[in-house]
Design a protein around this ligand. Structure first.
Ligand code: ATP
Length: 320
């Protein structure tokens, strides 16, 4: 069922020596083309089956040599996001240092475009970028499997953001395997809402809706239909197979997202869906021109804080 995502020369190249100059790593946002939320596990996580898809909306983490561990930032979330050990970037840096016996010394800078708490896994993306950047800056020599384990310990979405592309995620989302070869770009319109949604609160709302028999579980049939649709490379077929079990909970907490989805469909999108836990909504278009037209229409309706276009799949966290 699965085909390799990267050809050998495209795979994440493990650095062999420490870098002297700055290491700049670009990392994409993710959307979920299919998100099936299973039962709550004993460890407090829900069992997930998801099809992740990396889109061309990027954060960038730059790592430089330094005498202490510091983090600065610009862009989305500046002035609001913590720059202390609550930030996933510093958590990733300390974890990699501890695991590899390196002193946690670096000057890190984040340029952030991925909206915070938007359902696009921006925090996880930054953690993935940090692991890749510091692995290279420090020349840690950790293997690919060890890096994947560290990524999974930082967050369920982090391993996917190291990998990128389109991938099937299982477990709590941390076990990923590529499902698509290059060459079948999908074109998306990304509608960013005002304010964020807390992922734990959306899960709690889903549990409540399910207990009351009011949840809509469109992904309960599993990802096979979506995976088959991706193989056909026809956006209409892919659009019909998009499914997100978290959408009803996100809409219950933020009913105005229903207006956004309706507006995107009115503007001619093939399909519209809440991204992950929301509140960002994404719309599938036929091609890049179609996406630009939908984006312009949506901007004119002034329902969203920001509307942008992004294609996928793209590679995961990579040094530039
Ligand atoms: P997910 O879908 O993976 O739950 P999300 O896209 O909804 O993620 P994120 O932007 O990843 O949300 O961030 C969720 C919370 O994580 C934020 O509210 C913030 O307090 C915290 N956080 C810590 N570090 C970061 C970071 N580098 N970027 C964004 N958020 C961060």
């Amino acid at each position: 069922m699965t085909e390799p995502l990267f050809t050998d020369d495209e795979e994440y190249e493990r650095p062999k020596m420490a870098a002297h100059g700055p290491v700049r790593v670009r990392v994409p946002a993710k959307i979920n083309l299919h998100l099936q939320v299973g039962p709550l596990r004993r460890d407090g996580f829900h069992e997930l089956t998801t099809v992740y898809h990396a889109i061309a909306l990027y954060d960038e983490v730059t790592a430089r040599r330094g005498d202490t561990l510091t983090l600065t930032m610009e862009g989305e979330g500046a002035g609001v996001l913590p720059l202390d050990d609550d930030n996933l970037i510093l958590r990733a840096a300390r974890m990699l240092a501890k695991q590899t016996g390196h002193d946690p010394l670096a000057r890190l800078h984040l340029r952030k475009q991925i909206p915070v708490a938007g359902g696009l896994a921006g925090g996880s993306a930054d953690a993935a970028a940090t692991l890749v950047a510091l692995d290279q800056l420090w020349g840690t020599g950790v293997g690919r499997d060890e890096l994947a384990e560290l990524a999974a310990a930082l967050g369920s979405d982090v391993p996917f953001l190291v990998l990128g592309g389109t991938a099937l995620g299982t477990g709590r989302g941390e076990r990923v395997s590529p499902v698509l070869a290059h060459g079948s770009a999908l074109h998306w319109v990304v509608a960013v809402a005002d304010g964020g949604l807390s992922t734990p609160e959306v899960y709690a709302e889903l549990d409540r809706l399910r207990a009351a028999g009011r949840a809509d579980d469109p992904a309960s049939a599993g990802p096979e239909r979506l995976l088959a649709a991706l193989r056909q490379r026809d956006p209409d077929v892919v659009g019909a197979a998009l499914a997100n079990d978290m959408q009803s909970a996100a809409l219950s907490l933020r009913p105005e997202l229903g207006d956004t989805i309706e507006a995107g469909m009115d503007a001619g999108a093939i399909a519209g869906i809440v991204s992950g836990s929301g509140p960002t909504c994404v719309f599938l278009a036929q091609d890049s021109r179609h996406a630009a037209g939908i984006a312009e229409d949506l901007r004119g309706r002034e329902l969203c804080r920001d509307v942008t276009v992004a294609h996928g799949p793209v590679a995961g966290a990579r040094a530039q």
